[in-house]
Design a protein around this ligand. Structure first.
Ligand code: ADP
Ligand code: ASP
Ligand code: MG
Length: 441
């Protein structure tokens, strides 16, 4: 069942297809998009179990669209094979390769449904016309044509769609970036005007922090799109960030839950649907970070642009930037990039430093960004200072800080990741049944 205050906002379909109000997925015919991640379809037995689960819901009268990831580990395996072929593989060929993982699972899934005596059809991104731009390996969905999907649903089939892939204007296969099957599912749910989008994974929902590194982590029942956006962008990989952005834009009710239990998971909803919010709702960490410092940079107009323009032109995202106070006519500049872009950025920055006559360039790949997130922070002061106090109490040095309305992030040494996450989790009482809450304004 849906939480009571959500049910009014969701709609079901009657048998003629007209939309009518209903209370929860269980009662009337609904169109449901369900996405199963890599561990959920990691073996043929698991695929059979998932197919049975989907069929149980279809037998209750619902129209079922299933989006699948590749089997767990498969995309990494394909990336490894590509690395054996070419140092920097051609992105078009990379997408040709990476998209194969999902083709395997959707075909096996359709076979499992048929073996159970029902009907299904597997479809690739190209066949469903998931149109994307041409940015291979990180393409964005522009449009989805839903006609074919509706046709098969109306014929009573389970429609099984390959996640993570699309097709560009030239007819070339594209992929959406790691974790992109979440985005496929939400985009399809929005295009099909589905009644709900359920993301099935290997944990029971969205937790106060990664349950795999903090045993005290607790499942969150409801969270706002904005909080989830921050959590996803700051390292909580349970939902891919673009999927959350799309869900927010198209008001797709998202339900994150476990493939391996029947328990209710986490609903990601609009802020108005939540009466009370937690002061801090989650702690994240992101190890895909690296720091670069340029020392003794001449402190004059135009320098920041000389450093950061070429980096941005190369498609490298710079996250935090700190410029130290001036010493004479010199200053130090420190910034972070994704660790996967570190080597490339270092090479560029060393050349830039020579051009602008800076003294030296140093870097560090063993850092982590730890963040606290919560809409409750908007109306409460002192949250950031509590975070700094906890870090200092554990003897952890903070190298960089950044804040926004609903988050505070600190860069620290990577070796302190678990210690920092656990200490913050307990300091903000996220391990308690009733952590501090604030009423929504
Ligand atoms: P899938 O293959 O199903 O897409 P992912 O591995 O992408 O699954 O995401 C699920 C994983 O996300 C969990 O196993 C967990 O380790 C990790 N995770 C990180 N932060 C969180 C969090 N706040 N809540 C739940 N899971 C989290
Ligand atoms: N198979 C892809 C990945 O591992 C997409 C996904 O699972 O969402 O990143
Ligand atoms: Mg994922």
């Amino acid at each position: 069942m849906l939480p009571a205050n959500l049910s009014g906002g969701l709609r079901g379909r009657d048998k003629k297809g007209d939309k009518i109000e209903f209370k929860g997925i269980g009662t009337l015919m609904a169109l449901i998009v369900q996405k199963f991640g890599g561990t959920s379809v990691g073996s043929t037995d698991k695929i059979k179990n998932v197919a049975e689960r989907v069929l149980r819901q279809q037998r209750q009268g619902h129209q079922m669209v299933v989006v699948l990831s590749a089997m767990s580990g498969q995309t990494d395996k394909l990336l490894g094979m590509a690395a054996d072929m070419q140092a920097m593989p051609d992105p078009r060929e990379m997408d040709m390769l990476l998209s194969t993982g999902e083709q395997v699972t959707i075909a096996l899934f359709a076979m499992a449904v048929k073996a159970a005596g029902s009907d299904a059809i597997s479809l690739l991104g190209d066949q469903v016309h998931i149109h994307t731009d041409a940015m291979h390996t990180k393409a964005r969905i522009k449009e989805i044509d839903t006609e074919l999907v509706h046709k098969h649903l109306d014929a009573g089939k389970v429609v099984v769609i390959a996640g993570f892939q699309g097709v560009d204007d030239d007819g070339d296969i594209t992929t959406l970036g790691r974790g992109g099957s979440d985005t496929t599912a939400v985009a399809l749910a929005a295009a099909l005007k589905a009644d709900a989008c359920e993301i099935f994974t290997d944990v029971e929902g969205v937790y106060t922090t990664d349950p795999n590194i903090c045993a005290q982590a607790r499942k969150i029942n409801m969270i706002t799109y904005d909080e989830m956006l921050e959590l996803a962008s700051l390292g909580a990989k349970v939902l891919e960030i673009r999927s959350v952005g799309l869900a927010k834009r198209y008001k797709v009710p998202l339900h994150v839950r476990s493939t391996f239990s029947e328990n209710e998971g986490t609903w990601v909803v609009e802020e108005e649907k939540i009466m009370e919010s937690m002061l801090v709702s989650g702690i994240t960490y992101n190890k895909n970070e690296a720091r670069i410092t340029i020392t003794k940079v001449p402190d004059q107009p135009g320098i920041a642009s000389k450093i950061f323009q070429p980096i941005s032109d190369a498609g490298i995202l710079v996250d935090m930037i700190i410029q130290n106070t001036r010493q004479g006519h010199m200053t130090d500049m420190t910034f972070t990039v994704m660790r996967t872009d570190y080597a490339r950025t270092m090479e560029m920055v060393q050349k830039i430093a020579e051009d602008i006559e800076a003294e030296s360039v140093t870097g560090d790949e063993s850092i982590v960004k730890v963040s606290i997130v919560g809409v409750g922070m908007r109306n409460h002061s002192g949250i950031a200072s509590t975070m700094f106090r906890i870090m200092s109490g554990e003897g952890i040095n903070i190298m960089m800080i950044s804040t926004s309305e609903i988050k505070v992030s600190c860069v620290i040494e990577e070796k302190y990741t678990e210690l920092a996450v656990r200490a913050l989790h307990s300091a903000f009482e996220l391990d308690k049944e009733n952590p501090p809450r604030v009423e929504q304004q």
